[in-house]
Design a protein around this ligand. Structure first.
Ligand code: ADP
Length: 257
């Protein structure tokens, strides 16, 4: 089961990298294609025209690959009705066998019938990342507490402009009593490839942030050396998030093809 979790985590990281990489690659390939085009039209020198065709054909193939990479990256991003009870029973099952005996996992779901618009797979992945981090932070054991509640946001929350602050939010808290984080770690933890672990990827928290963001939500962290760590995910319950979810760069891409 551990390897299944890690595979899921890798997949999400990969999807995220693929998304980012696709954009960069596309920006490289477009001028290349244009250059190939102009060379191909070069009537005076058949050798240049042949080179032009080669550049163009390779560029085309590259662009096709970028397209499939982008649709792969978007694959998991589908808005659907997520039921809290279903989300967490699947999650509980996934965690079984991955929680060491020394770690006591506690799961408190306030309203299993609660349902909201989101993406089941992405949220699972986000929870997995947070819980694996918590477990890894407690090699000598401890308590992993996961809890859901419903709330509104107070004024000290930073929200993207378009996000209404006074709607209802689902709050998912993941709390551990590990060593907590030093300010320097707290400051950098969301950066890609930032890790303090020997075999870490440094992509887990970034991917959580991306997932919560694509649900129109925000993430809050409380962590202090010696006092454990608590991540709170706030996901809007009432707003239509389908625009945020899966809002890819399709239009931009169509123009490029
Ligand atoms: P990774 O787990 O691969 O290191 P993450 O992005 O998930 O990548 O985490 C970045 C860093 O944040 C970790 O290396 C660790 O130092 C710190 N961190 C994350 N979660 C916790 C936690 N629950 N307790 C203590 N430190 C944490």
């Amino acid at each position: 089961a551990e390897s299944e979790l890690i595979r899921a985590q890798r997949f999400e990281s990969l999807a995220m990298l693929a998304g980012g990489l696709s954009h960069d690659l596309r920006n490289l390939l477009q001028p290349l294609l244009l250059a190939g085009d102009s060379l191909q039209d070069y009537q005076d020198d058949p050798r240049l025209a042949r080179l032009g065709k080669l550049v163009r054909d390779c560029g085309r193939r590259g662009l096709d690959m970028v397209h499939s990479m982008l649709s792969f990256a978007r694959g998991a991003r589908r808005a659907e009705q997520v039921k809290l009870g279903t989300l967490f029973s699947a999650f509980d099952l996934l965690m079984q066998g991955s929680v060491p005996r020394s770690v006591a996992m506690e799961l408190v779901i306030d309203d299993p019938e609660l349902s909201f618009e989101g993406n089941h797979t992405e949220l699972q992945q986000c929870l997995l990342n947070l819980c694996l981090n918590a477990i890894q932070a407690m090699p000598d054991g401890g308590k992993l507490h996961i809890e859901t509640s419903q709330t509104t946001l107070d004024d000290d929350f930073f929200l993207p402009e378009e996000q209404p602050r006074n709607g209802r939010y689902l709050c998912i808290s993941v709390k551990d009593d590990g060593p907590g984080m030093e300010p320097a770690v707290l400051e950098h933890m969301f950066e890609p490839f930032f890790t303090t672990k020997e075999t870490g990827t440094g992509l887990g928290l970034l991917s959580c942030k991306r997932i919560v963001g694509s649900h129109g939500g925000v993430m809050r962290v409380e962590s202090e050396p010696g006092r454990g760590t608590r991540f709170d995910l706030y996901i809007p319950l009432e707003e239509v998030v389908s625009d945020a979810l899966g809002a890819g760069d399709d239009d931009e891409l169509e123009g490029a093809a």
